[in-house]
Design a protein. Sequence first.
Length: 272
Amino acid sequence: MRFLQEYKRRSILPLAGLALAAYYLIVLAPLSRRAKDLDAPLHNGWQRLSAALEQTNVTAIDFLHITNQLAETRQAIALLENGKQKAAARLELSSSVRSNMSAPFQLVVYQDERSQQMDDLARLAKQNQVTIEPAVFAGFPEHTADTKQPALLWAALSLVQSLLSTALQCKVSVIHSLEVPLLLTNAAPTTPPLPLAEIPLQVELTGSARSLLKLLQYLPLRPEEMRASGMPEARPDKAPLFIDGLILKKQAPDKPDEVRVTLRAVGFVLRD
């Protein structure tokens, strides 16, 4: 009897081994290969993340550091967006200028507005006892046959008005010349369009150091800021201008306070 039991036990062991081997080959081995296949994307992603963080030589990634960096990045993006909104509000031209720029360009309407602004400036110059030389009006932005971006003429005209009227309100002595070297003959970029168009203005003036200092201080301000700074007669449509270059020359030994200035200012136009 004992011999029969021993025989059965020894017969079962090989069968159990064969069953375990079959189970491994049929179940566990495919599961192991499947697990490796599923682990490959995770391993590749881990390697890319390590390389991006420059942590390829460490065994563990500092996820707390990543979380802090992500929070800082989001905060920086929010600050950038807030700065963009403030810059757009500062650079925004008057509603009438934006309306003219968005409408189809009409040369007759533009010429009428150009002439009207010249008359207004001549009248303001007379009130403030400032001399405007003929070269100033000759330098006003003008439409030509080569002009490919006529809408920018409206912005340029507004910026010229802001520059010259501010100079007159600061009571400079003479405005000698004006240039608007605007590249209106270049076609507007389309792929993709630039968010800003830069309009440079160059003007030559003579005046006291005090009047010219006031001009430099007031150019980048908006109307409400000028009024808060002591210029109550600031135009409501005055656009901010930023100083790009400045040359000062003493006029004469017998006029120590009089200075001749060549000023390059830049205005910006937000594109839709």
